[in-house]
Design a protein around this ligand. Structure first.
Ligand code: ZN
Length: 360
């Protein structure tokens, strides 16, 4: 009898979690607003919503459609910039076609390409999986290393698609991985980069939302769901727990997290306007400035360059793992025309090599 009850109970649980997942992959609608408010009110807004950009006057803020009413109570004078930031790419079919949206990798392409790379560069590239998502997708890290000795080299991590709707980050990461590996033994600079450190590339931090082309995971912003010094037990989502465990198990000297968009290169903290301790601040500020030398991205601390953002990856890795953790906002769109990927890669290339060379 008890056994029967248990089976029934777990079946109910199972169908319940399937239903939750089905909800997760429904197309989300995100509005964007322009907000001008006093600092106290802006802090309240940033606590609950994602401030994505500093405008000439005010800020651009992302608001889920279902939260719009509550948002407008906080910011009654907010101006609607875009009623659906996702629709331009996916709902409007002719626009999607003109941008060649269908050429962007889906998760199966990512999986296939990672396996191809690992098979083509057996001496240097190893494909690891550090977990599985609720949706049954593997969390992949591609390790590039030529170290066969017992002397450890610095470990660095480069990540993309923490936000599943920032498709350009994944394409750029693959371009850079392919260039780096193809250059080994031919290009002295790239050879030195590979020989000097163990590099872990994670092209898709959030596979389920990436496959759905969505920003959030079950309605939660992954890049606001890391714990931070003032909220050490922040409840997180599966893929973020995965990358936290992965990072905690390593000793990353540096991490570089690609987002889109905004043309920014930034260091912690995001959760406070306070700077990191001064010896770190000097190093981090110098690093982002050197990374921005060629592409002229705006370089600075997250909280002062955009706005206060609590629970982001850079804060976590810096706080927990003492990693020199950098966040980049690539390009001027999340999903630019597919044909412009070489241009965005050009923006990212020198910045990424400079970042990697910093760790030795
Ligand atoms: Zn992002």
């Amino acid at each position: 009898m008890i056994k029967k009850l248990l089976i029934t109970f777990s079946l109910v649980l199972l169908s319940f979690s399937t239903e939750i997942y089905a909800k997760e992959i429904t197309k989300e609608i995100i509005r964007s607003y322009k907000v001008i408010a006093n600092p106290m009110r802006m802090n309240q807004i940033a606590d609950r919503f994602e401030v994505v950009k500093k405008l000439t006057t005010g800020y651009e803020v992302y608001v889920k459609e279902e939260d719009a009413k509550f948002f407008l109570e906080l910011a009654p004078s907010a101006e609607l910039i875009n009623a659906n930031t996702q629709s331009a790419f996916y709902a409007d079919k002719s626009k999607a076609e003109s941008l060649n949206i269908s050429k962007y990798r889906k998760f199966a392409d990512v999986e296939r390409d990672l396996n191809t790379i690992a098979a083509s560069y057996k001496d240097m590239a190893t494909l690891e999986s550090y977990g599985v998502t609720k949706g049954g997708r593997k969390l992949y890290a591609l390790k590039i290393s030529t170290n066969n000795s017992n002397t450890p080299r610095p470990e660095v991590m480069v990540t993309a698609a923490t936000h599943g709707d920032e498709l350009v980050t994944v394409e750029v990461l693959f371009s850079l991985i392919n260039e780096l590996l193809a250059g080994y033994g031919k290009d002295p600079r790239l050879t030195k980069i590979i020989d000097g450190r163990d590099i872990y590339f994670i092209p898709v931090v959030s596979p389920d939302s990436f496959e759905a082309r969505e920003r959030y995971v079950g309605g939660i912003d992954p890049n606001r769901s890391f714990p931070w010094p003032e909220n050490t037990t922040n409840k997180t989502v599966d893929c973020i727990q995965g990358i936290m465990d992965f990072s905690n198990a390593h000793k990353f000297a540096g991490s570089l997290d690609f987002h889109a968009y905004g043309k920014l290169v930034m260091f912690p903290w995001g959760y406070t306007k306070q700077a990191p301790i001064s010896k770190d601040e000097v190093i981090l500020r110098d690093l982002v400035r050197s990374m921005a030398r060629e592409n002229q991205y705006k370089a600075g601390q997250i909280s002062t360059t955009i706005y206060i953002a609590k629970g982001s990856s850079a804060d976590y890795f810096y706080w927990k793992n003492k990693t020199e953790a950098i966040a980049v906002e690539l390009a001027d769109q999340k999903v630019p025309s597919y044909n412009s990927i070489p241009l965005v890669t050009q923006e990212a290339r020198e910045m990424t090599w400079t970042f990697l060379e910093h760790f030795n």
